[in-house]
Write a protein that binds this ligand. Structure first.
Ligand code: ANZ
Ligand code: ZN
Length: 802
């Protein structure tokens, strides 16, 4: 047989598939929608790390095709955003131009992967025909009361000169450039995602997603049950309400802390404390988020005022400290140093009494050295509550407090409304007109898209306004409502806007009348499998779920969760686990590897480097082994093709086991062990080939199983085996558990060379299992220490005992 020539084979099939697409919708097959997280078309192109996700999704897609589905497998571009804009600022080239040329280059590279994307469905978030609908959704949200304006201190990146969502601030720094984030008071467009908090939380139950991701979303939404308790201020006709998740510890509250921004902070100061209090408030306002977060040592100031614990009348000092956040709960807390770490630290530093109210084993601790934070134990020092179990009280206290009239039961969320304005150029203009009489008026739906105008300078102004504010002829307009002179909103949307709904558009990407035709949506949506990096576990996935629920509410689609199943792939890193990047000089380009070993080898190697959900280090050398494996299988298949070998019982058994192993490993996404499985079975078949040959059914089965992984090789062999239709129109093979059963054989078990008994084993079985079985059979015949355990496969077990 002729040797495997990857260049010839791959070229041939690339062309044939283009002439005769293999993924066809005959209207009868059920659909399967396999979605990749669409890329940002960056200037540096793809490296081997990017390949991984695309290979995984392509393998899964082709597997689904072989299972008889019509495949929806689209690709597009998340093309608004800062890098293109920053490049424009530097080079003066319009982002449209750089984006277009980057897309062209990446598209060429993606085609090298041989992924079967349906390019007819392609979308680009910067295409007016696409962002028309991004704007339309905003208008619909505005009309539904979900988009509103609010002046508030927002996260502000002084380097990118733009506001950021909470989600874009990582450890107090800008997610994009790493600069410390400060606060700036700006009028912002907000999306009321909090209205969906409960649905976003509860519906996680419906999803076949990694538990890790569900947990991250649950924590981000952060629903907690507790109570608001009113503490009267001594000598004043006022109350301070605190939020607590531990009302069971109310008797242990020995002080109270307010956020420095709390509305009552200043008026609580007395003549003696006023100067210190005002200084503390001022300093806190000057601190960046990073400083507030990173300050190890707790700071604070006593206001001079006291509050009264409404439960037992105890007088507690009121302090200010920046470890209490202004925008969570009520911005004020009751402090229980015996049972909360931060309060303990604070009380120790400022010499405030510590009263233990929960005893783990019924006893009070003499000198507490740390807080006891569990809600487990018996209540002490708690008046009528003494003797109760704290975990029970924790649940019952909110209602008890409500009945006593000193507070109420509450539910709290960490989730905040979504800051939706960006003071940048390269984004969707927010379709709103500000009229002096009518206020904020949406651009009429029939006037959408509101095109992003051309500007001369892309620089953010730094004043908190976007560069669009400088284009007076665009800004000045008339009110769609009353016709009076009015001004356009000049902020743009965040990059998340387009990616929150793009997956709906693919299936009807050219529709000018609707976001998506309802009939098509019912037929082809939602997404069955979503594949992408775990870095999107919170934001993108949460926003997409929110948009989907909203579009469901207004009747655009009939489902309220976008992605049924989710798979997060790990990263491919350079040596020592360092992220691949141009600046680190450790980027491996796929182009040379494709040239030298072929696309099929690279695809398989991408999967072979390690479990797909974990990060894996890249090492070029390994690809040779993969390439050798393909060459061997090629030779095995062609050597046996015309031999007309009869399927022996052994061959039949191997075939069923092969199907079983590959299918089950594939179903659990254990893709690296699928590849090692292929290699092991190839070795096994090579042995059998030497003995008497391998039958056609076994070889064809192997070829079909291999097809999702090495599509070109498989397609070529399939043709050489005499098939005229594509291997992808074959059916995924099935296995029969009965046919896989091994016949057991008897082997002798010896101690120091003398046979003591026999055991029945599976000759292909696991060595450790067989040795264990032998030792069990020997029982107390072993007297001494086992020095060596020998197993000659299928023949004998011998233990060396001394
Ligand atoms: C008294 C108490 C005693 C508390 C105890 C905890 C342990 P989660 O679960 O995150 O909702 N807290 C409330 N508002 C706060 C704010 N604005 N800034 C900082 N901390 C705040 O946590 C709620 C708990 O965090 C509340 O329960 C409160 O402290 C604190 F042994 O109240 B706790
Ligand atoms: Zn008006």
């Amino acid at each position: 047989a002729e040797p495997y020539n990857h260049r010839a084979v791959e070229q041939k099939w690339r062309q044939k598939w283009e002439e005769n697409p293999i993924n066809v919708n005959d209207g009868k097959k059920p659909k399967y929608y396999c979605l990749d997280m669409f890329p940002y078309p960056s200037g540096s192109g793809l490296h081997v790390g990017h390949w991984r996700g695309y290979v995984i999704s392509d393998v899964w897609s082709r597997y689904k095709m072989l299972q008889g589905y019509y495949l929806i497998h689209p690709m597009g571009w998340d093309a608004f955003g800062l890098p293109a804009e920053n490049y424009a600022i530097k080079m003066g080239t319009h982002p449209k131009i750089t984006t277009a040329s980057n897309i062209k280059n990446i598209k060429r590279q993606i085609n090298e992967i041989a992924a079967i994307y349906d390019w007819d469905m392609e979308v680009n978030t910067t295409d007016p025909n696409f962002y028309k609908w991004t704007q339309w959704i905003f208008v619909k949200m505005f009309k539904a009361g979900l988009a509103y304006e609010k002046e508030m201190p927002i996260n502000w990146c002084p380097s990118c000169k733009t506001g950021l969502a909470n989600e874009e601030v990582v450890d107090g720094c800008c997610e994009r450039c790493g600069s410390p984030v400060t606060k700036k008071n700006l009028k912002q467009w907000m999306l009321r995602i909090t209205k969906y908090a409960d649905r976003l939380l509860n519906d996680l139950d419906k999803l076949d997603w990694p538990e890790k991701v569900k947990k991250m979303q649950t924590e981000w939404i952060g629903k907690s049950y507790g109570a608001e308790v009113d503490f009267p201020v001594e000598g004043k006709d006022e109350k301070i309400t605190v939020y607590t998740t531990r009302p069971d510890t109310l008797h242990g509250a020995t002080f109270m802390v307010l956020a420095p921004e709390h509305a009552m902070a200043k008026e609580l100061a007395t003549d003696e404390t006023r100067e210190d209090v005002e200084k503390y408030i001022f300093n806190a306002s000057m601190k960046s988020n990073v400083d507030r977060l990173q300050d190890k040592e707790k700071t604070g100031v006593f206001t001079g005022s006291y509050a009264i614990n409404p439960l037992n009348g105890a007088k507690v000092p009121i302090w200010l400290s920046d470890y209490v956040l202004a925008d969570y709960g009520t911005g004020a807390i009751m402090c229980v140093p015996a049972h909360d770490d931060r309060d303990f630290e604070f009380a120790t530093k400022f010499n405030i009494p510590i009263i233990q109210v929960i005893a783990k084993d019924g006893k009070e601790i003499e000198n507490m050295t740390e807080a006891y934070t569990e809600a487990a134990g018996t209540m002490i020092n708690s008046g009528e509550w003494n003797g109760m179990e704290s975990s029970v009280l924790k649940k019952e206290a909110p209602l008890m407090i409500e009945k006593m009239g000193i507070g109420k039961k509450t539910v709290n969320y960490k989730l905040r409304d979504w800051v939706f304005s960006r003071q940048r150029y390269w984004g969707e203009p927010i379709p709103i007109v500000h009229c002096p009489k009518c206020g904020a008026v949406p651009v009429p739906e029939e006037d959408l898209p509101l095109l992003l105008p051309e500007v001369e300078k892309y620089q953010p102004t730094g004043t908190g306004e976007s560069p669009l504010a400088d284009i007076t002829e665009w800004v000045n307009t008339t009110c769609p409502c009353c016709g009076a002179p009015a001004k356009r909103e000049t902020n743009t949307m965040p990059q998340w806007a387009g990616s929150s709904w793009y997956f709906l558009r693919y299936i009807d990407s050219k529709n000018n009348e609707e976001l998506v035709n309802r009939e098509k949506a019912d037929k082809y949506l939602p997404v069955d499998m979503y594949i992408g990096g775990v870095e999107h576990a919170v934001l993108h996935l949460l926003y997409s779920r929110f948009y989907t629920k909203f579009l469901n509410d207004i009747g655009v689609i009939d489902f309220d969760e976008p992605f049924k199943k989710l798979f997060n792939q790990g990263m491919i890193t350079g040596k020592n686990g360092i992220k691949m990047s141009k600046s680190k000089g450790n980027v491996v380009s796929p182009d040379d590897l494709v040239r030298d070993y072929g696309c099929d080898s690279l695809r398989i190697y991408e999967l072979f480097v390690g479990p797909p959900e974990l990060d894996s280090e890249w090492d070029d050398k390994g690809i040779e082994g993969v390439n050798r494996f393909l060459k061997r299988f090629w030779k095995l298949a062609l050597d046996n093709k015309d031999k007309d070998v009869k399927a022996t019982p052994e061959l039949i058994k191997v075939r069923h086991k092969l199907v079983h192993d590959i299918t089950n490993r594939l179903n659990t996404f254990s893709l690296n062990t699928v590849i090692s499985g292929f290699m092991e079975y190839n070795n096994k078949l090579m042995e059998l080939s030497k003995k008497g040959g391998v039958d056609k059914e076994t070889l064809e089965t192997y070829i079909i199983l291999l097809a999702p992984f090495a599509p070109h090789v498989s397609e070529e062999l399939w043709e050489q085996f005499g098939h005229t239709d594509s291997v992808f129109h074959a059916t995924w093979p099935e296995y029969d558990e009965e046919a896989m059963k091994d016949d057991e054989i008897e082997i002798p078990v010896q101690i120091n060379g003398k046979t003591k008994c026999t055991i029945a084993i599976n000759p292909d079985g696991d060595k450790d299992e067989i040795l264990a079985k032998a030792k069990e059979a020997l029982g107390d015949k072993v007297n001494g220490t086992i020095r060596k355990e020998i197993y000659v496969p299928g023949r004998i077990v011998n233990l060396v005992v001394k």
